[in-house]
Write a protein that binds this ligand. Structure first.
Ligand SMILES: Cc1cc2nc3c(=O)[nH]c(=O)nc-3n(C[C@H](O)[C@H](O)[C@H](O)COP(=O)(O)OP(=O)(O)OC[C@H]3O[C@@H](n4cnc5c(N)ncnc54)[C@H](O)[C@@H]3O)c2cc1C
Length: 179
């Protein structure tokens, strides 16, 4: 909670004020800026709730066009998943399946399967295939996935080895170039 209030304060959305009746406590109040934002937040909340309710309505249906539910059903046909995943699909807003926990996700790229073209010394190559002087690449940026170091099977669990190996290779090449 302290971190949440710190964040709100940094954004000018909340203030810690001395508690009027208790010197040991602080009172947290929303600023005028926060109050102006509240109606929009309520609208966003309602829109999200409508979306979740619409998804929940699809759960009991034998046939649905909801792409996520179809993907879950498809994945659950795989015996390995059925054995180790214990949560049967259910309505998100089913109180008996609670508590409802929200998680903020942040998007990142992983396993780009692309990157810069290098030679076997980790030197970055120009589009005409000649080395760009002084520039080396190691790790995922060296583009060893997707047809590089691991052929076309560079998927789960195969990246860290390539990162370390390409780092060592590029490091040695840099040391050799510097004499
Ligand atoms: C969720 C997840 C699970 C994974 N699981 C596995 C696994 O089980 N097995 C496996 O082998 N691989 C796994 N990988 C892939 C593996 O972790 C990555 O391929 C590897 O960490 C890439 O290492 P890297 O050093 O090339 O790049 P990164 O680890 O991405 O390092 C790049 C660094 O550069 C920094 N940086 C970016 N821009 C700048 C800038 N302008 N100036 C200064 N610094 C900058 C970044 O902050 C970062 O620290 C997983 C990846 C993810 C995301």
């Amino acid at each position: 909670m302290v971190t949440v209030i710190d964040g709100l304060e940094q954004r000018g959305l909340a203030k810690r004020l001395p508690h009027p009746a208790d010197r040991r406590a602080v009172a947290v109040t929303l600023t005028a800026k926060a109050r102006r934002l509240l109606p929009a937040l309520h609208d966003q909340g309602r829109a999200l709730e409508d979306e979740i309710a619409a998804r929940d309505r699809e759960i009991p249906k034998a046939t649905t066009h909801d792409a996520q539910i179809l993907a879950i059903r498809d994945a659950r046909r795989y015996l390995g998943d059925r054995l180790i995943r214990v949560a049967t699909p259910h309505r998100l807003l089913d109180p008996s399946a609670g508590p409802l926990i929200a998680v903020r996700l942040r998007i990142l790229t992983r396993k780009t399967l692309g990157g810069l073209q290098t030679d076997l010394s980790g030197r970055v190559l120009r589009s005409d295939g000649t080395p760009l002087p002084g520039l080396y690449a190691a790790g995922e940026i060296a583009g060893f996935g997707g047809g590089g170091m691991h052929g076309y099977r560079s998927l789960e669990g195969t990246f860290l080895g390539g990162c370390l190996f390409s780092g060592r290779t590029a490091g040695r090449a840099v040391a050799a170039a510097l004499g």
